[in-house]
Design a protein around this ligand. Sequence first.
Ligand code: TRP
Ligand code: SF4
Length: 377
Amino acid sequence: MVLPIVEFRIDPWGAEVIREYDKLFKYFGIRPFKEVLNELAKITEPHLLMRRGIVFGHRDFEKVLEAVKKGERFAIVTGLMPSGKMHFGHKMLIDQIIFYQQKLGARIFLTIADAEAYAVRRLSRKELVDYAINEFVANYLALGLRTKDLTIYFQTNYRKEYYRLIQLFSRKVTMAEMTAAYGENIEPGKIIASLSQMADILHPQLEVFGGYKTVLVPVGADQDPHLRLTRDIADRFSAELGLERPASTYHRFITGLDGGKMSSSRPESYVALTDPPEEAGRKIMRSLTGGRATAEEQRRLGGRPEVCPVYEMHAYHLIQDDRELEKIYTDCKSGRMLCGECKLIAKERLVKFLEEHQSKLDRAREVAREIVEVPEF
Ligand code: TRP
Ligand code: SF4
């Protein structure tokens, strides 16, 4: 029998765009998030990324709903790779974290994956620390992440029990499993990154870290290989350490303004949260769209919001009101609105958002330095 994992593999460290989200349901047993949306809506209004299907999949999300309904504590684990500027592709994740923190009272564990970034992105330690504090953590705080019930740590600078987990985990995973999950070019740095990510996700269950048995990990779909292995490891350590499987959710990636993956390595593909507002506005005005070759053709055939990076900026970030978004969609589809006008709406919102956001950044950087212990080298 051919393992499905071999026919369709996701590389969490690759630069490819995932186009076939459906396959994640078919091959890997990720469930449609739609299934749990109504239950969540009974507790609180789902975040716009959830309402709009951008968070499209989950595993075991029911566990989280149950915990919340019973008034039990639950924790979120999330991580960031401090390997460049924080852009709007990264913002989607923290928006969800803030939602869970504020609406459902989640305890947050936030990993700065500097060991992973050092191994796979090959930046200097000094650069990693600088990006982590001044780009990521500071932007998170300025976006509204609260410091109460929040633990932020560097993977290279945490408590000893966390490292003990990494060492224990190494015994119960085989090289064949690593290759099946990550591909033939798996190497020691990636193996350590993978084991560290398992410890990131599972450590809150240990008594010394609070004994959180319900843990949710919201991630981009590229992270699922890590989640699958982590679930297996949890099973293998259930008797010895009492570990349980984590729940997870999966979101789509936002398309870059140049049509590829939104990526820190191509400045024209992203808007960073620290881009000067005017420059960000110019990037939007130069973006690829789902428009037609001529205005006449667009009036006649309508635009294609389904393949338009500007529409994604509206839907993922800039427009909160669902009816307003729907109007943009129908005005585009019907050809009533052309791309120039639509981009101007996006630009105006974006500039306003960034001005407000950036006015909070200096203070947020101070707080970031106060609350995070920085590794000495
Ligand atoms: N690998 C993740 C990324 O590339 C970062 C990460 C490290 C992470 N540890 C984690 C994400 C734990 C979620 C949970 O972005
Ligand atoms: Fe994209 Fe707006 Fe043009 Fe439609 S009108 S294709 S949503 S830029």
